[in-house]
Each structure stands twice: as structure tokens, then as C-alpha cells.
Ligand binder design. Structure first.
Ligand code: AMP
Length: 282
């Protein structure tokens, strides 16, 4: 496994790798959710590249860029165990050199939910992902369903800008109690960690209500709101039941819906979702 810092070294190395090439973009501090993406890429591609880059452009001024957890040595050991060909871990100045001024704005799908609460977030995400696509020129790129709106934004951008690659969205990997794995879980104090299972609980409650015949999106949103409100450590930012590809809110849930939420537990902001696709829960 080769660790590379500069764009020009990356380009040179990529040109030697057998195709198809799979790319897994990450911000590091890896966990089993990231590794599931890497394993999927390993199984499907002749070469696997991983980027580790805490992207300043996707953090708001009041957000956790400075304290976002970093552990490059540990990340490299974990990736070495799975079998990765190349890791690109650039400095911020390599990605955004002096004078940088070009950004990608995906429109409607990036506006609600995370886009509304985190202005500029998806502009940063779309920009860095486009630059990663240009840097690696992958044949396939792997992302997690955990970040459902991000997945929709990237799929839209890939189509709209004609990137010649396939975007593959992989299921959310969870802790034993249902909490979605996230690098930010490390912020949680023990009491908060116990409370954080409320996101999975609220999504499960809505799924159960749907399975018992409730199809009103308003009623299912209320089920999630009420479940979250019963946890005193939780502060709900939003709950949503929307179309998975457009993120437009639904009135009725029949075969396809994205149930999603953002919740603060103490100072830590967590997101999670379930997706109903063709009548099946993912
Ligand atoms: P991040 O390092 O948080 O930017 O995540 C890098 C990639 O891993 C993104 O595509 C995420 O959606 C994905 N990811 C993060 N957490 C999980 C998880 N628990 N299960 C599956 N994929 C995940």
C-alpha cells in the first residue's frame, strides 16, 4: 500500500494501476463503516484507492473542523489489513492552493435538510468529490447510505457533469445497539452514548408504524418526533420523510421514502436514516 501526499505523485501512481479502479473518499478516523466500503471496492475492483482528507470547505465557521478526530497511523494500519493499493492524504494547500476560487453548487437536492442547517456544506462536499474524481479518475466510487443526502447530491453531480464512473451506495454499518457508526461518535460522553440510540429507536418506531399500515408521512414524522422528545438529552434539528432522489417531502409513503433526522446529543450532532426502496427497508 502506497501513501501519497501530492497530486502529481498520485497521478503518476494511478497510471500504473490495473483497472477497474475503485475509490473510497473519507475524512479518516476510520471505523467499520468505512471498512465496509473498502471491502466492497476490494471485491469489485482490480485496484482500490482511498482518500483521507478532512475537507475544510464542507465545514461551517461554527463547526468542528479544528477538533475533528484524526489518526492517520491507525487508519493506515486498518487499510493495510483490508488490502488497499493507494492512500492519498493531501495537505489542505494541495487541494485548495492559494488563489483557489472554483466551487460546485448542486441545486435543489442540496437545499433542504442538511443543506438548510449547514449552509455551504454540500458546496464543499461536491467540490472536493469532483476534485477527487479528477485526481483518481476512478471507474467506481463508493459512498455510505449513512449520509443519504450526500449520496443523492453526488449521484446528481456525477450525472449532471458526466463523470465517467459508477457511484455505488453501501448500507449503513451500525453498532450492536443500532447506533450508526460515525467518527463523531467519539465525542459522546458515556451517558450521551447511551442516549444516542434514540435515533435508531425513532427510525425503527416509524418503520413499525408503516408496517402496521400507517402511510401518512405527517403521522410517521410525528412518531419520530415524539420518540425523540422522550429522550431528555436529545434536541431534534429535523425529521424528514422525503423522496430518496429529490429530497422533496412526501405526503404519503408507499414504495419509496427516505426517513432521516438530525439530532443533537449534548454538543454532538448526529444524523441517521432508513430508506424504503421498492417496498423493502434498507
Ligand atoms: P466520512 O469519513 O464521515 O466523510 O465518511 C466517508 C464515507 O464513509 C462516506 O461515504 C460515508 O457515507 C461513509 N460512512 C460513514 N459512516 C458510515 C457507516 N456507519 N456505514 C456505512 N458508510 C459510512
Amino acid at each position: 500500500m502506497k501513501l501519497i501526499r501530492t497530486l502529481s505523485d498520485l497521478r503518476t501512481h494511478i497510471s500504473t494501476l490495473p483497472r477497474p479502479l475503485g475509490l473510497v473518499p473519507t475524512m479518516g478516523y476510520l471505523h467499520a463503516g468505512h471498512l465496509a466500503l473498502v471491502r466492497r471496492a476490494r471485491a469489485e475492483c482490480a485496484s482500490v484507492g482511498v482518500s483521507i482528507f478532512v475537507n475544510p470547505a464542507q465545514f461551517g465557521p461554527q463547526e468542528d473542523l479544528a477538533r475533528y478526530p484524526r489518526a492517520l497511523e491507525r487508519d493506515l494500519r486498518m487499510l493495510g489489513d483490508v488490502g488497499v493499493d493507494v492512500v492519498w492524504a493531501p495537505e489542505a494547500g494541495e487541494v485548495y492552493p492559494d488563489g483557489y476560487q472554483t466551487y460546485i453548487n448542486v441545486e435543489n437536492v442540496a437545499v433542504p435538510l442538511e443543506g438548510a442547517v449547514r449552509p455551504g456544506h454540500f458546496r464543499g462536499v461536491a467540490t472536493v468529490v469532483a476534485k477527487l474524481f479528477n485526481a483518481f479518475t476512478p471507474d467506481r466510487a463508493y459512498f455510505g447510505q449513512k449520509d443519504a443526502q450526500q449520496a443523492a447530491v453526488i449521484r446528481r453531480m456525477t450525472r449532471d457533469l458526466n463523470f465517467p464512473l459508477e457511484v455505488i451506495i453501501c448500507p449503513t454499518v451500525r453498532e450492536r445497539d443500532g447506533l450508526a457508526m460515525s467518527s463523531r461518535n467519539t465525542y459522546l460522553q458515556p451517558e450521551e452514548r447511551r442516549a444516542a440510540v434514540v435515533l435508531y429507536g425513532a427510525l425503527s418506531a416509524a418503520r413499525n408504524a408503516y408496517e402496521n399500515g400507517e402511510q401518512s408521512a405527517e403521522a410517521l414524522r410525528a412518531t419520530m418526533q415524539d420518540y425523540l422528545a422522550a429522550e431528555p438529552r436529545a434536541r431534534t434539528e429535523y425529521v424528514s420523510i422525503a423522496a430518496p432522489d429529490t429530497l422533496q417531502e412526501l405526503e404519503r409513503v408507499d414504495r419509496n421514502a427516505l426517513l432521516s433526522m438530525a439530532v443533537r446529543i449534548g454538543q454532538t450532532r448526529l444524523i441517521d436514516n432508513f430508506i424504503l426502496r421498492d417496498g423493502k427497508w434498507e
